[in-house]
Design a protein around this ligand. Sequence first.
Ligand code: UDP
Length: 267
Amino acid sequence: MRVTLLSCPIDILSREEAVGRIRQMLQTKGVSHHLLALNSLKVVRALKDQAFADYVRQAELVYADSAGICWALRFLYGIRQKRIPGVELVQEALGLAHEEKKGVYLLGASPQVIEATARYVSRQYPGLHLIGYHHGYLSDTEGKEVLRQLKELSPDFLAVAMGASLQERWIERIRKEVPIPVCMGVGGSFDILSGRLPRTPAWMGRMGLEWLFRLARQPQRIRIMSGLPYFIFLVVRAKVAGPKTTEEQLARQKGATPPAPDRLEKG
Ligand code: UDP
């Protein structure tokens, strides 16, 4: 089921279902799929930046990457959606690519981090078909070279770690030219996989405090994080204005699939 949260689509699904969708997508040929990790800041960005809003709407799978999204879904529609952290989903996708012997290309992060990520991935998934990688600080010439490489190598799985909204822009640009079955924007995941930045402690993740952990590690994020209170304000305002239930919302969204009863719990 797909619902709309402050004009962004969001797919309501479990982590296992997301992995199943990736598995199916990996089997396709000649068609590309964009998997987008939605968080509260991206919802705010989509309201201000039309191009970014279009990338979100065009993505084939938009999953709840943050506690803020899960809270908003519950608060507005009574939907209990479990968070699917992008850094974990990318590892699931790498595992699938490994299992299915699919070609993988990694793009993004600093030159040191991408080298360390490539080493991590080769260690973690021995025999993985890592057909190429490149850092994410691309000059015009390097950007063209990456596109040329992708056309030539034709990977099945592309993970792009450049942060929002640069990575979404690159994915849209790439998939217009190369039909890569699975393209995933993975934000700061390579910094974590490479060991440059620590993972959020599980207890902080469970309490929805990942943003606080990231802020403590990278105080320079304070400026972009100032969007979080605005997101809360927008959600509360939407609640006051209605519609109040998923059913009402779905009734307004012509052609939407009815919610599966087992996924909807009133909050
Ligand atoms: N980055 C990049 N190219 C750029 C700017 C950033 O590859 O031009 C990388 C940066 O090195 C980092 C990632 O993009 O690895 C951004 O991570 P961030 O945590 O900011 O992304 P978020 O998860 O917040 O979207």
